[in-house]
Design a protein. Sequence first.
Length: 241
Amino acid sequence: MKNFEILKQEYFQILSKFDEAFLNEKHPNSKKSEGLSSLFLASEPDDYWNAKNKIMIIGAETRGWTTNLTKEYSLENYLNSSIEHNKNFFQKMMNAPRTEKITFHDFTRAVADKSGHEGLIYCNLFCFDWNQKSPIGSKYFKEIHEVSRELLIAQLNYFQPSIVILANGLSSMKFRREIFPLDKCKDTTNYENELISKNQLWQFNFDDKYICYRIQHPSTRTGRNDAKKARNKLLDLLPIK
């Protein structure tokens, strides 16, 4: 069992090198007014280390993520608020009614119902959104990309999930492969014999650390029926709680 303070300190070290103008809304050069969201940081479920199934779901980015800082800005206060916001939001999503809609958190709820919510971690490939959409086109993407990469690697190393679900689609493939390079993807499996294309569902063992599944983002509009079939297959493959 690990102490979450270890990851918080890692967050702190990474972000202490990062331009404060990306975090502090009252900074004279704050990027908030230009369309930058608040920082997204993964939290730890209360009983994570006792969970039967430890699964990390990595999305793309948020849509208008806002963390309200109730204390005077400091990096420590900002980190604590961001982590608390993630935890409260994800708990709310887990408790939301089950529907037939196709959204990211309809998918996370389906994973929780199959494999348990105690070991479920919600992360994103990018820790900021820009104007409520992908930051890839932002003039600050270089900075966003680098800090997002460092934070996600820290999260993977700390949580050590047994399963990673990459639910961020094809548009960010280049950046995903920086963290999951192909030369470390072993024992690959596709389900084309079940009429599910590799673009919709691909399974691999990453560096003998995690069993990974790559799917389209759950809210994708392209090939929606094929994407749904792939998600249902993935849910069949996941362990029961």
